[in-house]
Every structure is written in C-alpha cells, then in structure tokens.
Ligand binder design. Sequence first.
Ligand code: ATP
Length: 318
Amino acid sequence: MSRETLIQVENLYRDYGNLHALADVNLTLKRGEVLGFLGPNGAGKSTTMQIISGNLAPTSGRVLINGFDILDEPRQAKAALGFLPEQPPLYTELTVIEYLEYCAKLNRIPRADISKAIARACERCGLGDVQKRLIANLSKGYQQRVGIAQAIIHTPEVVILDEPTVGLDPIQIREIRTLIRELGSDHSVILSTHILPEVQSTCDRVIIINRGKIALEDSLAGLDSRLRKNIITVSLGNPPELATLTALNNVDTVEQLSEGRYQLHCSDDFNPADFASSAVNNSWQLNELTPQTGSLEQMFIDITCSDNNSHQAEEVTA
Ligand code: ATP
C-alpha cells in the first residue's frame, strides 16, 4: 500500500441472513481526496461506512486504514479515522464543550492538549458562539456541526461522513457542504450520500454503488466527459446546403431541426472553434453553437434502475 493511499478496501462482502448487502466492494482513498460514495437508499452505503470505520465486521474482505488492518490493529487504524455516522452519536444533555471534552478523552488526546483540540474543532465547524449551550437546544444544522466536530477532534487523516445533510433545511445544507469542502483542504474525506448535487459540489471523485456492488468509479472530470455526447446544435442566419455541413471535418451526420437550425453528430475530434472559423469564412452568420450534455442525474438513474428497477441489495440465490 503506497503512502499516498489512506484507505484500501479489498473484496468486501457483508451478508445479512440471506441478503448480500455488499458483494466484492473494492475502493481506495488517496491523500487529499474528497471521495463521493453515491447510491440510492438500501444500496449498501452505510454498511460500507460502518465496516470501514470498524463498527461492523465484514463477512469477508479487508480494510486497511493508513496501512493498519481495522480488525487486527483497530487502535492504530482508528487513530487515523474520524467518523460521523448517519445517526450522530450526540449526548444531548451535555453542552457542546462537555461533549467534545468527552470525545477528546475517548480519542486519547493528552489532557494538556484537550482545550486546544476543542477550540480548533469548534473554530473549524463554526461552533464558537454555541460552545456553552446544551446540544439538545441546538438546531439540527448545529447538531450536525457538533457531529462533524467530534469526527475531527483528534485531527484524523481521514474523515468519513455518512449522509451528513439528511434532514437539514436548504440553508443548513449549503453551510454543511461548504464545511465539507473546507475539511477537504486538510483531511481526506469520504462522503456517503444519495444526493447528486452534493457530490458535484464537494467531491473530486465518485463511486456509485448499487445493490451492494460498485457500478461506476470516475473522477468528476471523467464524469463530465462521459456526459458530453458529441452532439452540437448550431443556428445559422445564412446556411449553406445540408451536404456542405455534412462534408465538414469530423461531422458524421447532420439533422435539420428548423429553418437554419441543425444538430451535428460529431466524432471525438470535432473542434467547435474550427466550425466557428468555417462559419465566419463562408459568411454563414453563426448565431448559436451549443454542445449537448447529458445530466448526471440521468446517468445515475440509468445505472441504478437498470437492474430490475430494484434499489435493494441482492438476495442470495445459492
Ligand atoms: P440508506 O441510504 O437508506 O441508508 P444504504 O445505502 O446506506 O441505504 P444500507 O443501510 O447499507 O444501505 O443497507 C443495505 C442493505 O442491507 C439494505 O437492503 C438493508 O435493508 C440491509 N440491511 C442493513 N442493515 C441490516 C440489518 N442490520 N439487518 C438486515 N438487513 C440490513
């Protein structure tokens, strides 16, 4: 395992009775990365996060955190890990400071360093003004910040956040997403979510899990290029013959949409700048040149609904 790899998950399986909740899940998290772990309800996200964080044993497979096996060397592995579960483990009868002090002790932060660690986590999570308030009296958004603060109190190299914005209002969602992006500057992050825009606004790379199996893995840039469809819509005030457009370099077929408006189906080498030059040189009066892109939402639906329209993990058939 290279020093740059902070989490390595190998051939993970988890059965619940006769249900394969996870089947051969493999993933890696590199230093400095924010990884989106995306999937519909019941896909296996929480099961994967619980196993990576050492709270659930896999049926088989291996998880290494910073080179340490989470089952064989849990103390060293967990020292590098902060975890916000789907249900944050908050003691609501404590104040924010009391709770974070308790978490600091759990994480074996030396007594002399505890106040500094609490101040740093509160500052990072925007909790400065509510430190002395009872957690029970905080809004859901602030309670979620406290959950994130406990996950980073020991400045772990990796932070795992399981559905961190569920149940928040739109303003709280925006604030928590900003906080996640900020965390990405000094921690590696795995963000488990079923919300597409969350991944697009916060992550460098995405893994889509469906029915307990990894269905797609790509960088956000890679996803963008998958979504580019090589279809260009152009509008010309003084259009040439259809055959002239079809004969252009890297244009495969041309479909006329309306008077002067066309859809060009192009090869990968098509360059819109070349088309614009041809339009200027031949006085075609170019009014519009729009590349068509598919939506990530449609891709997600295509991937996750292709299997019998089921979002559930697979039942063991053997
Ligand atoms: P959600 O977004 O709804 O939380 P998820 O992607 O996190 O979904 P998991 O909670 O990991 O999915 O569940 C994966 C599958 O395993 C589901 O079919 C779920 O019903 C099943 N499952 C999870 N926990 C248990 C359990 N303790 N006992 C039996 N089945 C379980």
